[in-house]
Design a protein around this ligand. Structure first.
Ligand SMILES: Nc1ncnc2c1ncn2[C@@H]1O[C@H](COP(=O)(O)OP(=O)(O)O)[C@@H](O)[C@H]1O
Ligand SMILES: N[C@@H](CCC(=O)OP(=O)(O)O)C(=O)O
Length: 372
C-alpha cells in the first residue's frame, strides 16, 4: 500500500513532537511567538476532530532565563532545577493559547521507567485514553526533575515514538528547527532535502553525524531512530520544522515522510518489542533461531547455548543468535540462576504437571515472544 502525506492530514489520532530549538531562543527562554503559532495550529486541528497528543521539549531551555543562566547547564541537578522552573512556564504558555480556542490541555510527565514497567505503561495508557475521550490535548514531557543520567531519555524523540505506540497513533509528526531530513548537514552546500524515506536503503550515505542546535540534545540521529520505531509499527512519520507545522498537518508536500514498513501489532507486543527494558540475554543455537524466527515456536531449553545477565521469571530478555544479533525479545519463564544449568537440556515429559521440575517449561512461550 502506498502511503502519502494525506495519511498525516487524515490521521484521527496524531502524536506531534516539538523540540527545544523550535520553542526557545538560542540563549534560553521561551520564544512566545513560535509557541503560539504551533499551539494555534494544533488547537485548530483538535477543533476539527483530530485527537492530538503533544510531546513537548523545552522545559530546561525555558527555565534558563528565570534562573539567570545563559546556556544549558552541564550538571544534572541544575538541569533539573531549570526543568522544574521551565515546565511551569511552558504549560502556562500552552494553556493560554489552547484555551483561547476553547481547547483544554493536560500535563503528563513520564519517566523512562513508566515506559519500561508494564504496570506503569498500562496506567499511562489509561490516563491518556481518558484525556483524549474528554477532548483534552495531553502535553507530555519527560519528568526531568526525577530522571537521573542513567535512566533518562534525554531527548524526547524516542519518548514520542513510544507514546505513538502507547496511544496507537495513526501518524507522528516530528517538529524541529530544520524543515526536513537532508542528505548531509543542512548548512553544507551540496545537501539536498529527502522528500520520502521508504526503508533503510533510502538512508544509505545520509550524514546525520553533526550535532544540532545549542538547546536541543538528540540531533537528527535520535529522530531517525524514533521514525524507525514508529514505521516498524505501521505509523507514518513526517519530519519537518515547527514553522511548517500547519502545512504538514494539512498534508502538503513539506518535510520528509517516512512510510510504514511494518503493520500494527497488538499493544502488548508493541510494548515488548520497543518499550520494555531488557534484563538479560539468552543465546540461541541455529536451530532455535530458525524455530523462533521462521516458525514462531516457543523457545525450549534444548535450543539455548548461553544465559547472560541477571533476571527473574517474567522479566524481558533479548534472544540473540550466536553472533550476538538480537533476533527476538520475550518474557522469560525462568530466573537466570535457574536457567543456567538447563542450557541444552530437553524438556521433561509431563511438563505441565511438574511445573517445578528442571527444564519443565519453555524458556519463552510463543505468546510472550516478539520477533524483531
Ligand atoms: N542530515 C541532516 N538533515 C537535517 N538536519 C541535520 C542533519 N544532520 C544534522 N542535523 C541537525 O539536526 C538538528 C535538529 O536536532 P536538534 O537540535 O536535537 O533538534 P530538536 O531540538 O528539534 O530535537 C538540526 O538543527 C540540524 O542542524
Ligand atoms: N525534557 C527535556 C528535553 C530536552 C531536549 O533538548 O530535547 P529535544 O529538544 O527534543 O532534543 C526538556 O524539556 O528540556
Amino acid at each position: 500500500m502506498s502511503i502519502d502525506r494525506s495519511a498525516i492530514r487524515d490521521a484521527h489520532r496524531i502524536v506531534v513532537k516539538v523540540g527545544s530549538s523550535s520553542l526557545t531562543r538560542p540563549a534560553g527562554g521561551l520564544d512566545g511567538y513560535q509557541l503560539q503559532a504551533l499551539a494555534n495550529n494544533l488547537a485548530k486541528k483538535a477543533l476539527r476532530g483530530t485527537q492530538v497528543v503533544l510531546v513537548s521539549s523545552g522545559a530546561i531551555a525555558a527555565g534558563l532565563v528565570p534562573l539567570g543562566l545563559t546556556r544549558r547547564p552541564k550538571d544534572l541537578a541544575t538541569q533539573q532545577a531549570a526543568a522544574s522552573t521551565g515546565m511551569g512556564a511552558l504549560m502556562t504558555a500552552y494553556t493560554r493559547v489552547f484555551t483561547m480556542h476553547g481547547v483544554q490541555v493536560g500535563q503528563v510527565l513520564l519517566t523512562a521507567d513508566d515506559m519500561h514497567r508494564r504496570s506503569h505503561y498500562v496506567n499511562a495508557s489509561r490516563t491518556l485514553e481518558r484525556l483524549l475521550e474528554l477532548e483534552v490535548v495531553p502535553i507530555i514531557n519527560e519528568n526531568d526533575t526525577v530522571a537521573t543520567d542513567e535512566i533518562r531519555f534525554g531527548d524526547n524523540d524516542r519518548l514520542a515514538a513510544l507514546v505513538a505506540h502507547l496511544v496507537d497513533a495513526d501518524a507522528m509528526v516530528l517538529l524541529s528547527d530544520v524543515d526536513a531530513l537532508y542528505t548531509g548537514h543542512p548548512s553544507a552546500p551540496d545537501s539536498r532535502r529527502i522528500p520520502v524515506v521508504r526503508g533503510p536503503g533510502d538512508l544509505t550515505g545520509v550524514d546525520v553525524s553533526r550535532v544540532g542546535s545549542a538547546v536541543g540534545t538528540g540531533g537528527m540521529q535520535t529522530k531517525l531512530e524514533a521514525a524507525r520505531m514508529a514505521v516498524a509499527e505501521g505509523i507514518p512519520v513526517l519530519l519537518t520544522s515547527a514553522a511548517q507545522a500547519g502545512a504538514a498537518l494539512a498534508g502538503e508536500d513539506v518535510g520528509t515522510l517516512f512510510t510504514p514498513i511494518g503493520t500494527k501489532s497488538p499493544a502488548r507486543r508493541r510494548w515488548l518489542a520497543h518499550a520494555s527494558h531488557s534484563s538479560g540475554r539468552v543465546v540461541l543455537d541455529d536451530g532455535a533461531v530458525e524455530a523462533v524466527v521462521r516458525r514462531q515456536t516457543s523457545l525450549l531449553p534444548v535450543g539455548i547455548t548461553g544465559v547472560e545477565g541477571r533476571f527473574t521469571a517474567g522479566d524481558t530478555v533479548e534472544l540473540v543468535d550466536r553472533r550476538g544479533t538480537v533476533v527476538a525479545r520475550g518474557l522469560v519463564g525462568y530466573d537466570a540462576e535457574e536457567l543456567r544449568p538447563l542450557v541444552g537440556q530437553r524438556l521433561k515429559r509431563g511438563a505441565g504437571l511438574r511445573a517445578a521440575a528442571p527444564a519443565s517449561r519453555p524458556v519463552v512461550r510463543r505468546d510472550d515472544l516478539v520477533v524483531l
